[in-house]
Design a protein around this ligand. Structure first.
Ligand code: UDP
Ligand code: MG
Length: 316
C-alpha cells in the first residue's frame, strides 16, 4: 500500500487543527492508502503544539515538528517535505481552505493518470479585498513575463507530489525560498485542479497586505534577474537622451546665444537622474542582500522539538 504524507504548516492554528484532522482522516479512510500527517508548528504562540501532541497521543499516524520560533510558511513546508517518508507527499493549509475532498481525485491523477503532480488553483478570489486581488493579478502577470518559472495565477500551495518530484524540490537548497516558483521551476507533469475559494473555518489569516507585497518582491527576485537588466537599460536610455540634449543646447547656444535660462530644466533633469540612480542602487542592493543571506548558509529553520526526539520535556 502507498504511504501518503500530508504536510501541514501551522502558525497559531489551535482552532483549526482538530477540524482539519477530522476531515482528512475521514477522506483517507475511504482511500485505500496508508498516511501520515506531519504538523509543523511554526513557532505558534497559542496551543498549536499541545493540540498536535494530543492528536499524536491518540493516533500515531500524526507526527509533529515544532520550530524554535516563527520561521514562516516556506520554512514550514520545507521541514515537512524533508521529514515526509511517503511515496506521495501532499502540502495543505490547516484552515481547510484546501478541500481534502479533492485528495482522492488528485491521488488518482498521480497513480493511474500518468502525472507526477496534482496541483490546485482557485478560480475566484471571493472574500478578498479588491486591492489585494488587483495586486495579486499584476504580480502573476509580471513574474510570468520576466522569469522562466511558470507560475499559475491563483495557484495554491495545496498539491500532491510523487516522491521523485519531492526529491527534486529538496535539491533546491536556497535560503530565500519561494515555493510557487520552485514547484514550477522543477517541471514535471502537473495536472491542475480548480476549485472555488472557500474561507477559512476559524482563526485569522496570517498574511497582511504588506507581508504579501514583500513576498511578491522576493518571488520576483528569486526567479528573475530582469529588474537588474531593466535598470541598466534605463541608465543607457537616459545617457543617450542626455547626449542628444547636450548637442542640441550647444548648437542652440552657438547660433542664438545663451540668455541664461533653463534653470527649471536643470532641476527636472537632476531629479530624474537622481531618481533613476536610486532605483538602480536599490535594485542592486536587494539582489546583493539576497546573495549575502545565501552565502551565510544559515539553516532555514531550527527544530525545538519533534515527535521522535521529544526535546526532553515530553513525558509520554
Ligand atoms: N503559516 C505558517 N507560518 C506563518 C504563516 C502561516 O505556517 O508564518 C501557515 C498557516 O498556519 C496556514 C497556512 O500557512 O496553515 C496558510 O496561512 P493563512 O491561511 O493564514 O494564509 P491565507 O490562506 O490567508 O493565504
Ligand atoms: Mg488560509
Amino acid at each position: 500500500m502507498d504511504l501518503i504524507s500530508i504536510v501541514v504548516p501551522c502558525y497559531n492554528e489551535e482552532e483549526t487543527i482538530p477540524a482539519f484532522y477530522k476531515e482528512v482522516t475521514g477522506v483517507m479512510k475511504k482511500m485505500n492508502v496508508e498516511f501520515e500527517i506531519i504538523i509543523i508548528d511554526d513557532g505558534s504562540k497559542d496551543k498549536t503544539l499541545e493540540t498536535a501532541k494530543q492528536l499524536r497521543k491518540q493516533d500515531k499516524r500524526v507526527r509533529y515538528i515544532s520550530f524554535s520560533r516563527n520561521f514562516g510558511k516556506e520554512a514550514g513546508m520545507l521541514a515537512g517535505l524533508q521529514a515526509a517518508k511517503g511515496d506521495y507527499v501532499a502540502v495543505m493549509d490547516a484552515d481547510l481552505q484546501d478541500p481534502p475532498s479533492l485528495l482522492p481525485e488528485m491521488y488518482e491523477a498521480v497513480t493511474s493518470g500518468g502525472y507526477d503532480c496534482a496541483a490546485t488553483r482557485r478560480t475566484n478570489r471571493k472574500g478578498e479585498p479588491p486591492v489585494r486581488s488587483f495586486f495579486a493579478r499584476m504580480f502573476y502577470k509580471i513574474i510570468n513575463k520576466i522569469s522562466d518559472a511558470n507560475i499559475v495565477d491563483g495557484a495554491r500551495d495545496f498539491r500532491l507530489m510523487k516522491r521523485r518530484m519531492v526529491d527534486a524540490v529538496l535539491q533546491l537548497g536556497e535560503y530565500n525560498r519561494f515555493s510557487k516558483g520552485i514547484f514550477g521551476w522543477v517541471g514535471f507533469k502537473t495536472k491542475w485542479f480548480e476549485y472555488v475559494n472557500v474561507e477559512r473555518v476559524a482563526g485569522q489569516t496570517k498574511w497582511s497586505f504588506w507581508k504579501l507585497f514583500k513576498y511578491s518582491f522576493e518571488g520576483i527576485m528569486a526567479f528573475s534577474t530582469t529588474p537588474l537588466y531593466i535598470s541598466s537599460v534605463m541608465g543607457f536610455i537616459v545617457c543617450i537622451a542626455a547626449f542628444i540634449m547636450a548637442c542640441f543646447y550647444a548648437i542652440k547656444a552657438l547660433i542664438f546665444g545663451d540668455p541664461a535660462a533653463g534653470f527649471p530644466t536643470m532641476v527636472c533633469i537632476m531629479l530624474f537622474l537622481g531618481g533613476i540612480q536610486l532605483i538602480g542602487i536599490g535594485v542592486l542592493g536587494m539582489y546583493l542582500s539576497k546573495t549575502y543571506l545565501e552565502t551565510k548558509r544559515r539553516p532555514i529553520y531550527i527544530i525545538r522539538e519533534s515527535e521522535d526526539d521529544s526535546g526532553g520535556n515530553d513525558r509520554d
